[in-house]
Write a protein that binds this ligand. Structure first.
Ligand SMILES: [Zn+2]
Length: 121
């Protein structure tokens, strides 16, 4: 059981698939990866604070072939969820801790992390 077992997915990381699945313009988190021998292997996590569909479409045909996603109605929930993915999943290509949303006072709550750096504009 992974920390994204309640996500929707996996789906092919293609424009028509993203548009079909994500019809509300809302924040959300995602897990990107590849499928090998019928199993999804997570490689990269991320979020959008306002438009998950648009953010995911930027990943099409770049590096990964499949995605999971989850939508939220709060920017803070989305950030905290991305932190959980970042800390819980092994083997990610992500180099940096998730940046906190702009102009919102929130810190990563995971263990002793307490990360609080703001995202660049
Ligand atoms: Zn953290």
């Amino acid at each position: 059981m992974s920390c994204y077992s309640d996500y929707h997915g996996w789906f092919p990381l293609k424009d028509e698939e993203i548009k079909k699945r994500i019809t509300r313009t809302e924040p959300g988190t995602y897990v990107l990866g590849v499928v090998n021998a019928g199993a999804f292997i997570h490689k990269y996590i991320g979020r959008s604070d306002n438009d998950l569909q648009r953010r995911l479409s930027e990943h099409v045909e770049v590096k990964y072939s499949h995605f999971y996603y989850k939508q939220f109605d709060s920017v803070i929930s989305t950030f905290l969820e991305e932190c959980t993915l970042y800390h819980e999943l092994d083997g990610l290509d992500n180099e940096n801790h998730p940046a906190k949303p702009r102009d919102i006072d929130v810190k990563c709550l995971f263990g002793e992390c307490n990360f609080s750096r703001q995202s660049s504009p």
